[in-house]
Design a protein around this ligand. Structure first.
Ligand SMILES: *Cc1c(COP(=O)(O)O)cnc(C)c1O
Length: 377
């Protein structure tokens, strides 16, 4: 069986974990946490990065940082992971879902403005498959209506939009280091604070609502409770694991892109014949090979092909069931405008196996199986 995902391992994880054990500083904010945070700040030109236990936690911190209150409205696509919405719902917000663009599966920047009301507080963009949303236009709309922009860049680490790293363009960016993402430590995440006015408060919220970070830096004599917060620190052992991956970030990125390009080259013919659709990457976006998907003609064909791949030893999977049609989604959100593409295109999408150091022979085999499926039709 060709698995859908294999978590990346670079070989240095054990070495750095052993080093971490010798430091005897295993809690959050330790030496490896600092190394990772500085890595992002240096390489992505980001003002402040804080490691957190997951992207879900980064999104929860974002909701606290922008002071989401009961009745506030948050705009986002329905085609996303539950955490994008949940983080704001638990602070009392109502979710306003906006349709996606069928070419990138990202929020349609042209449908955001009509979803804005007096209660709108923020736009949460999701860079699906590590391909950037149309950020120039979205930032322009946000500044016109005085809204926050939060980037769910869980899939977008190492991707860029007009040369800028995803996660560094909105007021706040959120990363995931879950084992299914490009860089991992099992479970982990980061919050990128791009608005300097939020940096001090982000440190406080992450430290249970205290100014302990200042205390550790020797800036104050005692630390106390000064704001809301929780325990949003990643332990330093996980950070040590992650650091081994960040050191190899270029190599992992290049390897995934090579696999992605091989899929594309092999399946281009089927797209030209009108059997399937392949992903589209706009000119101004450099992606990170996070995932490779194809789109079938309809739901029935999607189900048939997933089964056919499975029968041939290949694990391929669908992706998000749109949030607005889920049980919680109908309770906590509403869809703005018409659902032209969210449902219809999610029902056609199949994600193919893609992971670091995937064998090119496997890619060719998978493409051959897909070609045989269409030849038989
Ligand atoms: C993976 C993912 C998340 C959640 O990340 P965790 O680190 O598991 O909390 C959130 N949003 C998107 C778009 C994701 O792909």
């Amino acid at each position: 069986m060709i698995p859908f995902n294999v978590p990346p391992i670079t070989g240095n994880e054990i070495y750095y974990i052993e080093k971490s054990l010798r430091t005897q500083k295993l809690s959050g904010g330790g030496p490896f946490t600092k190394k990772c945070e500085e890595w992002f700040e240096r390489n992505f030109k980001c003002k402040k990065t804080l490691l957190v236990p997951s992207c879900t936690h980064a999104l929860e911190m974002a909701a606290m940082l922008i002071d989401v209150k009961e009745g506030d409205e948050i705009i986002m696509p329905s085609y996303t992971f539950v955490s994008t919405a949940n983080a704001f719902v638990i602070r009392g917000a109502k979710i306003v879902f906006v349709d996606i663009r069928p070419d990138t599966m990202n929020i349609d920047e042209n449908r955001i403005e009509s979803a804005i009301t007096e209660k709108t507080k923020a736009i949460v963009v999701v860079h699906y498959a590590g391909v950037a949303c149309e950020m120039d236009q979205i930032m322009k709309i946000a500044s016109k209506y005085n809204l926050y922009v939060i980037e769910d860049a869980a899939q977008g680490v190492m991707s860029t939009y007009k040369g800028r790293a995803l996660g560094t363009i909105g007021h706040i960016g959120c990363y995931s280091f879950h084992e299914t993402k490009n860089y991992t430590c099992g479970e982990g995440g980061a919050i990128l604070i791009n608005d300097p006015a939020m940096i001090e408060r982000a440190e406080i919220i992450r430290e249970k609502g205290t100014d302990r970070s200042k205390f550790f830096r020797g800036q104050i004599d005692k630390y106390t409770w000064i704001d809301i917060g929780s325990s949003y620190l990643l332990n330093d052992i996980s950070a040590a694991f992650l650091y081994a991956q960040l050191e190899k970030a270029q190599e992992i990125n290049q390897d995934r892109l090579t696999t992605w390009n091989l899929y594309y080259a092999n399946l281009k013919g089927l797209q030209e014949e009108g059997c399937i659709e392949l992903p589209y990457v706009p000119e101004e976006c450099k992606h990170n090979g996070h995932l490779f998907y194809i789109k079938t003609a309809c739901l029935k064909e999607q189900e048939d092909l997933i089964k056919y791949l499975k029968d041939n030893g290949i694990m391929a999977v669908f992706h998000y069931v749109p949030l607005h049609s889920s049980k919680a989604g109908t309770q906590y959100g509403r869809f703005s405008g018409i659902d032209l593409y969210t449902t219809s295109h999610s029902e056609r999408l199949i994600r193919l196996p893609l992971y670091y150091q995937m064998s090119p022979r496997h890619v060719t085999y998978i493409c051959d199986v897909i070609k045989t499926f269409y030849e038989k039709r």
